[in-house]
Design a protein around this ligand. Structure first.
Ligand code: ZN
Ligand code: ZN
Length: 424
């Protein structure tokens, strides 16, 4: 029986990989401009990290983690998100002792055991960032401004930034109690799961996608009305800075994030062409997490973008991506015993940075020309007995069909000049 990729995982093949590279390159560029540095944490972590950071009663920890016991009886989890591992690394390597804020970004796979559907797979990819070391609302505004610039770069349009504040941990506790009391009165209107959530983790009800629960949530008062004065000021400052930097947003007074660690700012970015799974990115502030994981009280803000979702949205918008960089030269030796000299030329071209290929299978000229076409080679370099004698090669432009002879000595130099001109 043939072995296939696991359900919910995808092979990324060329040429689609070029789209991924394009998006990643724009993201890396944007992070550089905004002063972020890359961090790469392991895909495997101790399960305890996520249960403690994300919360025992969240859907993610209860139902979606890829956890297993390894040979040493250790409880291991494939990372379902990027923030907790980064905070772990931040503390483990004492990045908190360095001057200034830690501005870190990451690009990589995450794992969640969910039912695969459009825009949701078990191995998915995120581009994300964390700013650790500040409570200031300007940090939140700056990150959202980065996202706006990034979306502009990749030509994503028509998205909406939904913005809310969950309040500090004290507010969250009080608001949670109020929510419980209010929802308790009409408990039967909620889905079975949410009735059970009511006393375990009432905030999850605000996240429930079931119609009856959404209806019940709509009637709830705005979370923003219940914030303490400090949290209200924080949110006002954020809104001012967003308006200044022309980041459009809408207030979503019942928006919560699926992970328990969020405090104050919470946001989600949706795209209308994505269907049911319409969030392309999300994030917020998590001022309690560093302390929860054993550090000093530290303000922090983070976000992540769903790589697959972003690409789906761009494809739905019919954005055309840059082609993969072309193959400049396809070398065809015409005649016996020319493979060796062809191989030497191949080597000198590659050394000069010119992408080139040579077929070692000794196919006919016709078959090789066909292959050069299939590979979309810009030029074919023909070497025959005569050429070897004259120390020359024949260059054939695949586009125009034009041919010319070039001396072997001047080949690299001429090609570099020509390719340089084409790139300009
Ligand atoms: Zn507060
Ligand atoms: Zn529900």
């Amino acid at each position: 029986m043939q072995i296939k990729a696991l359900r919910g995982t995808t092979d990324l093949l060329p040429p689609a990989v070029a789209h991924w590279q394009f998006v990643e390159k724009q993201a890396r560029d944007m992070f550089r401009i905004y002063g972020f540095k890359e961090i790469r944490t392991p895909l495997l972590e101790e399960t305890l990290l996520f249960t403690r950071a994300i919360g025992e009663t969240t859907d993610l920890v209860e139902k979606q983690m890829y956890s297993f016991t390894d040979r040493g009886e250790r409880n291991i989890t494939l990372r379902p998100e990027g923030t907790a591992p980064i905070i772990r690394a931040y503390l483990e390597h004492h990045l908190d002792l360095k001057p200034g804020l830690a501005r870190l970004f990451y690009v990589g796979p995450m794992f969640r055991a969910e039912r695969p559907q459009a825009g949701r797979s078990r191995q998915f990819h995120q581009i994300g960032a964390e700013v650790i070391g500040s409570y200031e609302a300007q940090v939140d505004a700056e990150a959202l401004s980065l996202l706006r610039h990034f979306f502009e770069r990749v030509s994503l349009s028509g998205y909406t930034v939904h913005l809310n504040s969950l309040g500090c941990s004290k507010d969250k506790k009080e608001i949670g109690l109020t929510l419980q009391k209010t929802l308790e009165k009409n408990k039967d209107a909620l889905c079975a799961e949410c009735q059970e959530r009511l006393h375990r983790n009432v905030y999850r009800i605000l996240d429930c996608k079931k119609k009856e629960c959404r209806k019940a949530v709509e009637t709830l008062p705005s979370l923003l009305e219940k914030l303490c004065p400090d949290c209200t000021t924080h949110f006002e400052t954020l809104k001012q800075y967003l308006t200044h930097s022309k980041v459009p947003f809408v207030i979503a007074p019942h928006l919560v994030r699926g992970l328990d660690y969020y405090t104050r700012t919470a946001f989600e970015i949706t795209h209308p062409l994505l269907g049911a799974q319409d969030a392309v990115g999300a994030g917020g502030r998590y001022d309690g997490l560093v302390e929860e994981l054993g550090g000093e009280p530290t303000g922090a803000f983070g976000f992540s973008i769903g790589f697959e979702r972003l690409l789906l949205a761009l494809e739905a918008q019919k954005i055309s991506f840059e082609e993969e960089s072309p193959l400049e030269i396809y070398i065809i030796p015409v005649g016996e015993n020319l493979l060796k000299i062809a191989y030497e030329i191949l080597h000198s071209l590659r050394k000069a940075g010119i992408s080139s290929l040579l077929d070692f299978e000794k196919k006919s000229l016709k078959a090789q020309m066909r292959l050069a076409n299939h590979l979309k080679a810009r030029r074919v370099l023909l070497i025959g007995e005569d050429e070897v004698r004259e120390k020359r090669v024949t260059l054939k432009e695949m586009g125009s069909g034009k041919e010319r002879k070039v001396s072997q000595d001047r080949l690299v130099e001429e090609l570099l000049k020509e390719i340089g001109k084409e790139k300009r």
